[in-house]
Design a protein around this ligand. Structure first.
Ligand code: DGT
Ligand code: CA
Ligand code: CA
Ligand code: ZN
Length: 584
């Protein structure tokens, strides 16, 4: 994290803690505002706060007063803010977990704490069970039921990590291993290589001339909180982030067989072994061997494998094409042709869903355009929130018109990227949209997304999404279900019906690449692709770094058999622009 992000996080935490302690709304908002300002700054606050005129310079920034400036200076000088430490001491630790229960905000949590002595998740469950919460004034039956459902959902997610957490950690471990002398090959396998939305543990394989050095480097790498296994060919550690990483040291001659085995899925492996048996062969993690009815493993008897060094060679010996890891699930990857042109990060040319400071993003139009260009996009649609998303500073019609003018003015001025004026329009609970048709028609792109009423009955949700998908002025349905992985189930529509409506309306369904969302999810993408529905992969960037989420959306698309032809973001820019302009 940069200093600005650290300071932003501190002010956000202070705002939450202040709200929990019952501070007045004005103070709470002042802290939230500082967090926003700080995180959106291009210059490094560390430099400013270390400068001679730090206090004066800081107070020149919008929203930063004397006391905020003092906190920033204190943090940069000592790495601590006394007021924050006091707040942390005043609020029970367990309330942080309670705050994570979907649907519970600081105001409600404060009431539970003050009026029902809830100081932890366990307390909350007890208070639900013994009727203490229901006895509180103005506490509806429905709210209580929602809290119960949210806790169940939180628990069922278990301790799996999101792809967006596990992948950067795996990259860090791979970088450590690649630097070890004698290293030949390093790769991750398992659910991570298959691009699953959540990861149980990270599996790393290496082949090296110096196994001892590799294992030592792995166990002694920065960020290890515990060594769980320390063997010659297998080590296992827990990282400070709470995730387990397994290392296997593999002879280079059997690299392919081991990579294949540890990539899984288990079901895919089982199916491969059955295929081997049917061909008089035996497949294990050391290779594909001729079957000879001996019980002892062939590799221990000096039997030479038919294939072992590469995955492709093993698949070939089993009369299969090489199957991309994202498709290794044992559903129909053995029976269907492998898609020839599976979507890749490199093939994506357009970002069609993004936010600026006009609503809840952190960058100006120019900064976002710059960031998108740097990330290699040729087209950028700026789609700030619509008026009903008040918490996200949604735009009323007047502001929207002025914003669209500003985007078009920037487009005329900035070379190297095409900017499109758009909106992320709320889909109301009944399927109607948040702006009138004449407003929508004046835009280049309309992303219609559900943000509120995400606990609807499935049939109502289906009708809602279908209505939006059929609307002639809607280009894309954004994060169609609104789910948040591990914390909010979101809408549960009849996905086939939504796909049919999208095809009828000429609308693309989004894969939102934010690793908290991945919405559409893999199986829904697959259903859409099979039916011939167009897909749009977007990052929903609120900051420059979010543009890097693209890879998570792409992995999800690949798991859904999405090819470049079916993804509008991969089209030739002229083709995409013509498609977006239809009916406007
Ligand atoms: P995860 O970690 O729960 O997200 O899922 P995976 O798929 O990474 O599973 P993991 O870490 O337990 O094992 C990695 C791979 O190793 C797995 O995908 C397939 C292979 N594997 C592990 N144990 C077995 C097994 O008992 N039988 C077979 N056929 N394969 C296994
Ligand atoms: Ca794993
Ligand atoms: Ca594992
Ligand atoms: Zn958005």
């Amino acid at each position: 994290m940069s200093t600005n992000e650290d300071i932003g996080a501190i002010f956000e935490e202070m705002a939450t803690l202040l709200e929990l302690t019952g501070a007045n709304g004005f103070r709470v908002n002042a802290h939230t505002k500082v967090a926003r300002v700080v995180e959106g700054l291009a210059s490094d606050l560390g430099d400013i706060a270390r400068g001679e005129k730090a206090m004066a310079e800081l107070q020149k920034l919008d929203g930063i007063g004397k006391s905020s400036a003092e906190k920033i200076v204190a943090f940069v000088a000592n790495g601590a803010v006394p007021e924050l430490d006091e707040l942390r001491a005043a609020v029970p630790d367990g309330l942080r977990t309670v705050m994570q229960v979907p649907g519970l905000g600081p105001k409600t949590v404060r009431r539970f704490w003050q009026e029902a002595s809830v100081e932890s998740l366990a307390d909350l469950e007890a208070a639900l069970a013994d009727g203490r919460l229901e006895a509180l004034p103005r506490m509806g039956r429905k709210t209580i039921d929602n809290i119960r459902a949210s806790i169940d959902f939180m628990k069922s997610a278990g301790d799996r990590r999101r792809l967006g957490v596990a992948l950067p950690l795996a990259e860090r471990v791979v970088a450590v291993m690649e630097a070890v002398p004698g290293m030949r090959q390093v790769a991750w396998a398992g659910s991570l290589r298959r691009g699953q939305e959540t990861i149980g543990d990270v599996d790393i394989l290496v082949s090296t001339d110096d196994p001892e050095a590799a294992s030592a480097a792995f166990r002694e790498q920065p960020g290890v909180s515990r060594v769980l296994v320390a063997g010659e060919t297998k080590s296992s550690v827990r990282l400070e982030e709470g995730i387990q990483v397994d290392l296997r040291v593999v002879p280079e001659e059997v690299w392919g067989a081991t990579l294949l085995y540890f990539t899984g899925s288990k079901d895919h492996n089982v199916a491969l072994r059955e295929r081997a048996i049917a061909r008089g062969l035996r497949l294990n993690e050391y290779g594909l061997f001729p079957e000879d009815d001996e019980a002892a493993p062939p590799q221990q008897r000096g039997i030479a494998p038919v294939a072992a060094s590469s995955e492709a060679e093993i698949y070939e010996a089993l009369e299969l094409p090489w199957i991309p890891p994202e498709l290794r699930v044992d559903r129909d990857e053995f029976d269907r042709a492998i898609p020839e042109d599976l979507i890749t990060v490199e093939s994506i040319r357009a970002e069609l869903h993004s936010h600026t400071t006009a609503s809840d993003g952190r960058l100006s139009i120019d900064e976002l355009a710059e960031a998108a260009m740097a990330a290699g996009r040729e087209i950028l649609a700026i789609t700030d929130h619509s008026r009903s998303s008040a918490q996200a500073n949604g735009l009323d019609v007047d502001r929207l018109r002025r914003h669209a003018d500003a985007i078009r003015e920037a487009d005329a001025r900035i070379d190297g990227i095409r900017l499109l004026a758009g909106s992320e329009v709320d889909i109301h609970a009944d399927g109607s949209l948040d702006y009138e048709d004449d407003v929508l028609a004046s835009l280049d792109v309309v992303v219609a997304s559900p943000h509120a009423s995400l606990r609807q009955e499935p049939a109502v949700a289906t009708a809602r999404l279908c209505a939006a998908a059929r609307h002639p002025l809607v280009s894309i349905i954004g994060h169609p279900t609104g789910r948040i992985i591990g914390s909010r189930k979101g809408l549960e529509p009849d996905i086939e019906a939504v796909i049919a409506a999208a095809i009828e309306g000429g609308t693309a369904l989004e894969i939102n690449s934010n690793p908290l969302r991945l919405d559409l999810r893999d199986i829904h993408v697959r259903a859409a692709v099979d039916d011939g529905c167009l897909i749009s992969i977007n990052t929903d960037a609120h900051r420059a770094e979010h543009l890097q989420y693209l890879r998570y959306g792409v992995l999800t698309g690949r798991r859904g058999r999405l090819e470049a032809e079916g993804c509008i973001n991969a089209w030739e820019p002229d083709r995409l622009l013509a498609w977006l302009a239809r009916g406007r």
